[in-house]
Write a protein that binds this ligand. Structure first.
Ligand SMILES: C[S@@+](CC[C@H](N)C(=O)[O-])C[C@H]1O[C@@H](n2cnc3c(N)ncnc32)[C@H](O)[C@@H]1O
Length: 223
């Protein structure tokens, strides 16, 4: 088991860091900013603007701290859309680690929702409110397969440097299969090999502006 520590990132939000890997759950340049930029703005907001979608079937790879789920819930509420949120996680976080994070300071009025996202039972679809349903699935991404179900995928595994297997072409092909036509896959990474594999699979791939501290990130559309 790797040792972890809680660190404060540049925007004041905390994240979990693994010194032996020199890898964190989020960018040290701002965990909250990164999540908002990569997944909410470049994924969710982009999808609903492009397709005027009112209901989104969303798959997240790596539930982790639940930050992306929380921000997606807030976005759904603000924009009056429905989200069915599925999230895979191989190593659910201990509640002691969650208590050390400070995300509820950034959405004080909804801190009970953040707790609810974590307390819902795994493998069960749970209504968080009338427009947001969460199903957390405890599994290894390597074993996950699905057919044409999702509109949007947040690919938030640890980076290819430390978890290369999760970025292999067979996994990316599974992600392609899991998406509906016009479905969107986003990630913070902009690794050249990942981009080439996505293109070879049949995605239309864009290198777009990254979050603070990162020049570029990837967005891919199933065409
Ligand atoms: C970069 S963190 C991001 C987590 C989360 N999205 C967040 O904002 O906190 C990567 C996540 O992927 C999970 N993970 C690692 N290997 C996995 C695997 N093989 N299958 C599923 N999840 C995995 C980790 O436990 C961790 O929660």
């Amino acid at each position: 088991m790797l040792k972890s520590q809680i660190i404060i990132t540049a925007d004041g939000s905390k994240t979990i860091h693994f010194p032996e890997w020199n890898e964190s759950y989020h960018s040290k340049h701002g965990a909250l900013q990164e999540a908002k930029h990569v997944y909410i703005q470049s994924g969710l907001a982009y999808h609903i603007e492009k397709y005027a979608s009112k209901t989104i079937n969303l798959l997240e790879i790596g539930f982790g701290t639940g930050l992306n789920a929380m921000l997606s819930y807030l976005f759904a509420k603000e924009k009056n859309i429905n989200i069915n949120y599925h999230s895979l996680e191989k190593y659910p976080l201990q509640s002691s680690a969650l208590k050390e994070l400070n995300y509820t300071e950034f959405f004080t009025k909804e801190s009970d929702v953040f707790e609810k996202l974590h307390s819902t039972k795994w493998e069960l679809s749970t209504e968080i409110n009338s427009s947001f349903t969460l199903k957390k699935i405890e599994t290894d991404l390597k074993h996950f397969q699905s057919e044409s179900v999702y509109d949007l995928i947040y690919f938030d595994a640890f980076g290819p440097r430390v978890q290369p297997v999760l970025w292999e072409k067979t996994i990316l092909q599974n992600m392609y299969n899991a998406l509906k036509t016009n479905g969107i896959w986003v990630t913070y990474s902009c690794k050249g090999q990942v981009k080439r594999d996505l293109q070879a699979i049949g995605f239309h791939v864009e290198k777009i502006h990254g979050p603070p501290g990162k020049r570029e990130m990837l967005r891919a559309t199933k065409i």
